[in-house]
Design a protein around this ligand. Sequence first.
Ligand SMILES: Cc1ncc(COP(=O)(O)O)c(C=O)c1O
Length: 358
Amino acid sequence: MTSIHNFYAGPGALPKPVMEKVQADLFNYRGTGVSVMELSHRSEPIVELIEDTVARVRAFLALDADWEVLLLQGGGSQQFLMAPLNLSRPAEQVDYLDTGYWSRKAINEAGRCDRDVRIIASGASSDYNQLPTPEQIKTRADSRYLHLCTNNTVVGTQWHRLPDSKAPLVLDASSDFLSRRIPLDNVSCLYAHAQKNIGLAGVTVVAVRKDCLLDNELPAYLDYRSHIAANSNYHTPPVFSVYITNLMLRWLESEIGGLDAMAEINSRKARLLYDAIDNSKLFTSDVHLPDRSLMNVTFSSGSPDGDEDFISYCKQRGVIGVEGHRTRGGLRASLYNAVTVDNVQALVDAMQAFERAQ
Ligand SMILES: Cc1ncc(COP(=O)(O)O)c(C=O)c1O
């Protein structure tokens, strides 16, 4: 089979060693004689798997005893709701930065929670190609938190430095989780679904500071405290997804060499692709230079027809997933942790060959 270079925005590429390990384990997980999918979530190997996965996340984020880490279901979308419900009380102030598609969804969900939601700054006037500037970000004195999306998957912007804020930050890090270090000094909660950088859809990591949890008498499933009390085993967890996340975390540590090494590789990949765009006479990127995402690179060949042709051209060369988000069109290549420098080189080669053929 020809090699495939996978740039889908999520679910996306998984590392080959992880896939090989899944194949090797499939019928016999850790000597149990059955697959990981067939074991009770209360059995010792699965309880250990959950504990080990949480411990590995804690180590990567360098969290101390002030923090809890949860493995939940419902994806990023469920956290749009659970974060305001758990971290603020009805009618209290909560601030949001509007940086595009997913942040707007988070704002809409908070608006359904009977909170005093305010958009502190918005990138709407630049069609979200630029992040709000530090001068625009003025949180309210009594706000419980400032919510922001660390990487904007759809438009391709990323916070390279978290903004200063009087209120603690709540981060949707779904599309750049564990792709680099994120300083958590002024953060009260971070959430990230797995299907981009750390595995499959089905599991979402939440890291929350204990002193930010409120007793809001929520329905049990929606209350972080139920999941804390049950060590992320409050109900049947998505065991297979947790297992893949565990393998991804092991791969990040042993094969990549940790977060700093991963960040270095991710910068190299992004530089390779942005250089190709900047040196091209055909392809361009609209994103404000300092805000360019290292994870989701959005660009265009200048016309919807040209983009369509390029997408087909790529498919013939085994380069898949370069279509832009359905709301924006254009082109987008997602350079998540499992995407290699060689994969990016294959895309760059396709861009250059396509341009020469015009
Ligand atoms: C940054 C970000 N947040 C949240 C979501 C929604 O996540 P989910 O599909 O897991 O609900 C996405 C989806 O791609 C995303 O990119």
